[in-house]
Design a protein around this ligand. Structure first.
Ligand SMILES: C=C(O[C@@H]1C=C(C(=O)O)C=C[C@H]1O)C(=O)O
Length: 95
C-alpha cells in the first residue's frame, strides 16, 4: 500500500512532534541531573537517594493514573531514567 491514509499521516506527524519534545525534555533533565551529580560529589553525598526516588515514583504513579497512563509503565520509565542518572553520578564521584 503506497498511499498513507490522511488520519494516519496526521497522527504520525503528531507522534514525531511528541517524540522530539520528549528528547528535548530528557536532554534538559539530564543537564539538571549532571549539575546535581557535581554538587553531591562536592558535598560527599551518595550518588543515589532512595527516599527521594520513592517519593518521585509515588508522585508519578498518581499523575499517570489521573491522566490515563498505566502507572506500572510510568514507574518502569522513571526507574529506567533514574538508573542512568545514578550511573552518571557514580562516574562523576569516581566510585
Ligand atoms: C537527581 C538526583 O540523584 C538521583 C537521581 C534521581 C533522579 O534522576 O530523579 C533521584 C534521586 C537520586 O537517586 C537527586 O538526588 O536529586
Amino acid at each position: 500500500m503506497s498511499e498513507v491514509p490522511p488520519e494516519l499521516a496526521r497522527l504520525r506527524s503528531s507522534i514525531d512532534n511528541i517524540d522530539a519534545a520528549l528528547v528535548h525534555l530528557l536532554a534538559e533533565r539530564f543537564k539538571c541531573t549532571q549539575r546535581v551529580g557535581e554538587l553531591k560529589a562536592e558535598m560527599g553525598m551518595p550518588p543515589a537517594d532512595p527516599a527521594r526516588e520513592e517519593r518521585q515514583v509515588a508522585r508519578l504513579r498518581a499523575l499517570a493514573d489521573e491522566s490515563g497512563l498505566d502507572p506500572e509503565f510510568a514507574e518502569k520509565f522513571i526507574n529506567f531514567v533514574i538508573a542512568e542518572v545514578i550511573h552518571h553520578h557514580e562516574r562523576i564521584a569516581g566510585t
